[in-house]
Design a protein. Structure first.
Length: 395
């Protein structure tokens, strides 16, 4: 999520500017901490536990996936068998059929589910135990892929890359420890997303880009745009009567988590989905203003804003395309399904599923666009303040 921009050697801002920034940042940090305390997940989580399902991971020794025509292949049942070495034992497991079923062959790493038969007395019957291949074991490829990712980031970014990875770890920690458990326990998803996003921004941006006035400008611009995104999403989803339902995932969630706020979950998804692109835009705009001021200390706040906003427009043009394509790519199977059904374009666009994705993309993009003038204006104002404090070449 974090991107390095060249302001490592920027001189310290004058005391007046630092005091101004602290007067804005400190209350926001305190509010974020209070929000974390109030919304922190407490008590047991409502879950559908599957700990009693026994899974084995092993290697396929041999496989016979083909089924005779007119038997299980046409019935959609198990088709073929595989001999699997798992946990020091060799078992014969069934292979499911269907277009989405795993295709296995000798040498593949697979996951096998064990089903225990029960005697009339209610006891497990090991003699009637059955095995079924349910998926490929992707542990090793994932480890190598993550290792490649880390090597590329560190090899190119060096210490900046290490800081970026640390920021990514913090992001996942906040998602897994705070945001998801809090929503799971019934806290308002919108507020959880705003507080969690603020915590991510404070931790990640300062860690990745250093503690400076320039980074603080990016943080303030990001938080301002996130709040605007949340408010706009609240208005638009109410206006369009979007409930956040309509998908298989939402149907499952309503059964597993009674009373979950699906509309709030939709808004939380919009905020978190916009977060990663926002920090790149705001950090860039703050850095541009700093570089312009260093190149020509005589520039007024108005001229700084006008010069930086021109660069921001070019940046936002590509960023808008990025965020819209990201949402379209995530919805590609759904779009293909609806188009294949031969539904009219208007009917397609006004379905809850497609309207929800349109709202995600449009609201997130508007928040992204708003971040550019907001951050640029704040950076230009602080630069002008620094100049008036007789330190004309610092931000």
């Amino acid at each position: 999520m974090s991107h390095a921009h060249g302001h490592e050697h920027a001189p310290p801002a004058p005391p007046r500017v630092r005091r101004t920034v602290l007067a804005i940042i400190v209350p926001l940090v305190v509010a974020t901490v209070i929000g974390l305390i109030v919304l922190w997940p407490r008590g047991p989580a409502p879950t559908q536990r599957t700990d009693d399902v026994v899974r084995l991971r092993g290697t396929v020794v041999s496989a016979t996936p083909a089924c005779p025509v007119g038997t299980a292949a046409t019935l959609g049942g198990p088709c073929g068998n595989a001999t699997v070495e798992a946990d020091g034992q060799t078992v014969t497991a069934t292979i499911p059929s269907g277009a989405s079923a795993p295709r296995v062959e000798a040498g593949d790493k697979v996951v096998v589910v064990v089903t225990e038969a029960v005697t009339p007395e209610g006891a497990a019957d090991p003699a009637a135990r059955t095995y079924a291949v349910v998926d490929h074991d992707r542990t090793t490829p994932l480890i190598w892929l993550v290792a490649l990712f880390v090597a590329v980031i560190v090899g190119f970014g060096r210490w900046r890359g290490v800081a970026s990875l640390a920021g990514l770890a913090i992001t996942f920690a906040i998602l897994l420890v705070f945001i998801l458990p809090a929503i799971q326990r019934g806290e308002p998803p919108l507020w959880v997303a705003i507080v969690g996003s603020a915590a991510i921004m404070f931790a990640v941006l300062y860690l990745t880009h250093g503690v400076s006035v320039q980074t603080s400008v990016a943080v303030l611009g990001t938080l301002g745009a996130l709040v605007l995104t949340g408010l706009l999403g609240l208005v638009v989803t109410d206006w369009m009567h979007l409930t956040g339902g309509g998908s298989d995932e939402s149907a499952i969630l309503t059964n597993v988590l009674a009373g979950i706020d699906l509309r709030g979950l939709l808004l939380a998804g919009i905020i978190i989905g916009t977060l990663g692109v926002l920090d790149d835009v705001t950090v860039t705009q703050a850095a541009i203003v700093g570089e312009l001021a260093a190149a020509d200390p005589s520039l007024s706040a108005r001229r700084l804003y006008r010069s930086a906003i021109r660069v921001g427009r070019a940046h936002i043009a590509s960023a808008v395309n990025t965020i819209i394509l990201a949402y379209a790519g995530a919805s590609l199977p759904l779009l293909l399904l609806i188009v294949t059904a031969g539904t009219r374009t208007r009917d397609v666009l006004t379905t809850q599923q497609i309207s929800t994705e349109i709202v995600r993309g449009v609201v997130g993009t508007i928040g992204l666009v708003a971040a550019v003038p907001l951050t640029t204006l704040l950076a230009a104002w602080l630069t002008s303040l620094a100049h008036r404090a007789a330190t004309p070449d610092e931000l």
